[in-house]
Design a protein around this ligand. Structure first.
Ligand code: PXP
Length: 235
C-alpha cells in the first residue's frame, strides 16, 4: 500500500507567525525522500493553510505525484488547469469547518460535476472524488468519469469496537466494488498510527492519504533533537 502525505498543516504552522518557516515545500521533499508516493495539498477557498504561491512551488518541486484537493468552484478549476497537478481530488468545502467533514454529495451535484470534470481529461489530469464508502456514490463516480475514488475514513476513525468494525466492512466492500468497476481506490481522513493497521489487509485500496497524524507525530519526534540543537548553540 502506498502513502500520500498531506502537508497542509506545515503551512498552518508557518501561517501562525506569518513568516517563511516551516516551509510546506521543504516538508514535501522530506516526505518524498522518506518514501511517500505522493504529496497532497488542499487549496481552500479561504487559503487558511496552503496559499497559491505554495501550490505553484509545490508543482515545481514535487516529482512523485501532486494531488490538489479542491472544492468544485470555477476559480479552483482554472487554478488546477493552469497548475497541472497529476491528480485533483474534489472535496466538499464549508467555510466554517475545521477540516473536511465528509464525502462529496455526488447525488446532489451530479449534473454540475459532469460539466465541471470535462476539461480535466484532455489536460491529462486524473480526477478523484472524495466520497462516503457507499456503492451508489461509486456508481455515480464511475458515470461522472472519475478515475479514482477516495473513500472517506473519517467515520471509521471516530468509531470504536463493533461500530468501527462495521464501518471497516463498509469500506472494504465499497473498495472491492469500486475496483470491480475499474476505478482506482484510495482512502483517507482521520487515519493515524493506531487505526491504520487493518487497511494493510484491504488490497483493493492502493493508497492512503494521511496528513494530521504524520505532521503531529513529526513535531513530537523532532522536538528532542530541536531542543538539543539549540542547547548546543547557546551553551
Ligand atoms: N483526504 C481528504 C480528502 C482530506 O480532505 C484530508 C484532510 O485534508 C485527508 C485525506 C487527510 O486527513 P487527515 O489530515 O485527517 O489525515
Amino acid at each position: 500500500m502506498r502513502l500520500a502525505v498531506n502537508i497542509d498543516h506545515i503551512a498552518t504552522l508557518r501561517n501562525a507567525r506569518g513568516e517563511q518557516e516551516p516551509d510546506p515545500v521543504a516538508a514535501a521533499l522530506i516526505a518524498e525522500q522518506s518514501g511517500a508516493a505522493g504529496i497532497v495539498c488542499h487549496l481552500r477557498e479561504d487559503r487558511r493553510h496552503i496559499k497559491d504561491n505554495d501550490l505553484a512551488r509545490l508543482r515545481r518541486a514535487v516529482t512523485t505525484k501532486l494531488d490538489l484537493e479542491m472544492a468544485m468552484t470555477t476559480e479552483l478549476q482554472q487554478i488546477a488547469l493552469n497548475t497541472k497537478p497529476e491528480l485533483i481530488t474534489l472535496v466538499p468545502e464549508k467555510r466554517e469547518e475545521l477540516t473536511t467533514e465528509g464525502g462529496f454529495d455526488i447525488v446532489r451535484h451530479f449534473a454540475t460535476l459532469v460539466e465541471f470534470l470535462k476539461p480535466f481529461k484532455p489536460a491529462g489530469i486524473e480526477v478523484s472524488l472524495f466520497i462516503e464508502p457507499d456503492k451508489k456514490a461509486v456508481d455515480l463516480a464511475t458515470e461522472a468519469g472519475a478515475d479514482l475514488v477516495e473513500l472517506h475514513t473519517g467515520l471509521y476513525a471516530l468509531k470504536q469496537g463493533d461500530e468501527q468494525r462495521l464501518e471497516l466492512k463498509r469500506i472494504r466492500e465499497t473498495a472491492a466494488y469500486a475496483k470491480s468497476l475499474g476505478l482506482k481506490v484510495v482512502a483517507g481522513h482521520g487515519l493515524d498510527y493506531h487505526n491504520i493497521a487493518p487497511f494493510k489487509e484491504i488490497t483493493d485500496i492502493e493508497e492512503v492519504s494521511i496528513g494530521h497524524a504524520i505532521i503531529a507525530r513529526a513535531v513530537m519526534t523532532g522536538l528532542e533533537e530541536a531542543v538539543r540543537e539549540m542547547l548546543q548553540i547557546i551553551k
